[in-house]
Design a protein around this ligand. Structure first.
Ligand code: CP
Length: 308
C-alpha cells in the first residue's frame, strides 16, 4: 500500500487496520471529489470486477455495482445460488477461477471471519480482494463511507464524541469503526446491552448508559440488531430494546442541534430507531448510502492504481 501526491494505491482492502491515517484521508477526499463530479475517468483498458456475495446485501452489493459502472469497469456476474458452490466448490476455488478468467477485483462478502487470508496469501491468485464484510469481523468499505459522512459534517475527527450503540459483539461495522475512529482521535463511547459487549473493546472506549452521554455527543452511530447471528435467542422484545437502548423521540430531543445520527442499515424500524426519525433532520442515514457509492469508487480506483 502506498500514497503518492495524495493518490492511494492498494493491492487489497480487507481491514481498516492495514490503512494508514493518510490513506484513510486520501480515500475520503477522493470519495468527495467523485461525489462533487471533479474527476475525469480515463482508463487505458477495461478492468473487470466480480461481486461475490455469499451473505445477503442491498447497499454494499448494489453500491459496488454502481461504483464499478461509474468507473467504466466490466462486471462479471456471480450468483452463489446458481454457481458451482452448490457442487461443493470452495471459496478458494471460486476465486482461483475468477483470477484465471482475468477478473481484476473480487468484492466478497462471506460469513466466515477472516475468509480473505487464504486468498491474499495465495501465490496463484492474482485478483485483488475487496472485503464487503466477513461475518462479524470487518466491514472496511462501510467504515470508509461512515468516515466520509462524518468528515463532510465536521471536517476532522479529533475530539469528536461518538457513541457506537447496540449489538457491538456481532457487528463488523462497529469493529472496523472503533479501531479507526480511536486512531483518528475521536472519543468513543459504547452503549447498549452489556451482554452484547465484550471487555476486549475497552481499549477503544468506555461502555456507558446512552442517557448519561446523549447530550454531549457529536455522532450517535446506531447498529442493527443482528438477529441472524443470535441463534434465535434474542433477549429483548422489539419494544423493550427500543425503550431501553433505541433512539426514541425523547432521546432525539436531547441530542445537540449539530449532532448527527448514523446507522449502516438495513434499519429495524422502531427497534434501533423510531420509524419517523430515520429521515429526521439530524439523520444522515440516506447520505451514508449515497456516500457509499463514491467512497467505493475511491476504493476501486486505489486498487486499480495498485495494478498500474
Ligand atoms: N450496511 C450494509 O452493509 O448493508 P447491506 O447488508 O445491505 O450491504
Amino acid at each position: 500500500m502506498t500514497i503518492t501526491n495524495g493518490k492511494v494505491s492498494l493491492k487489497h482492502l480487507v481491514t481498516m487496520e492495514t490503512l494508514s491515517n493518510e490513506e484513510v484521508l486520501g480515500l475520503i477526499k477522493r470519495g468527495i471529489q467523485f461525489k462533487n463530479g471533479e474527476v475525469e475517468i480515463i482508463h487505458d483498458r477495461t478492468y473487470y470486477a466480480s461481486n461475490l456475495f455469499f451473505e445477503d446485501s442491498t447497499r454494499t452489493h448494489k453500491s459496488f455495482e454502481m461504483a464499478e459502472l461509474r468507473l467504466g469497469m466490466g462486471m462479471i456476474d456471480f450468483d452463489a445460488r446458481t454457481s458451482s458452490v452448490n457442487k461443493g466448490e470452495t471459496l478458494y476455488d471460486t476465486i482461483l477461477t475468477m483470477s484465471a478468467l482475468g477478473v481484476d477485483i473480487c468484492v466478497i462478502r462471506h460469513s466466515e471471519v477472516d475468509y480473505y487470508k487464504q486468498l491474499i496469501d495465495s501465490p496463484t491468485i492474482q485478483t485483488s480482494i475487496v472485503n464487503g464484510g466477513d461475518g462479524s469481523g470487518q466491514h472496511p468499505s462501510q467504515s470508509l463511507l461512515d468516515l466520509m459522512t462524518i468528515y463532510q459534517e465536521f471536517g476532522q475527527f479529533e475530539g469528536l464524541k461518538i457513541a457506537i450503540a447496540g449489538d457491538i459483539n456481532h457487528s463488523r461495522v462497529a469493529k472496523s469503526n472503533m479501531q479507526i475512529l480511536k486512531r483518528l482521535g475521536a472519543t468513543i463511547y459504547f452503549t447498549g446491552p452489556s451482554q452484547w459487549y465484550s471487555d476486549e473493546f475497552d481499549i477503544y472506549g468506555q461502555h456507558v448508559d446512552l442517557d448519561d452521554v446523549i447530550d454531549e455527543l457529536d455522532v450517535l452511530m446506531l447498529l442493527r440488531v443482528q438477529h441472524e447471528r443470535h441463534d434465535g435467542h434474542d433477549s429483548f422484545s422489539k419494544e423493550d430494546y427500543n425503550r431501553q437502548f433505541g433512539l426514541t423521540e425523547a432521546r432525539y430531543q436531547h441530542l445537540k442541534e449539530e449532532a448527527i445520527v448514523m446507522h449502516p442499515a438495513p434499519v429495524n424500524r422502531d427497534v434501533e430507531i423510531d420509524d419517523h426519525l430515520v429521515e429526521a433532520p439530524k439523520s444522515r442515514i440516506v447520505s451514508q448510502m449515497t456516500n457509499g457509492v463514491f467512497v467505493r469508487m475511491a476504493i476501486l480506483e486505489a486498487v486499480l492504481n495498485g495494478k498500474a
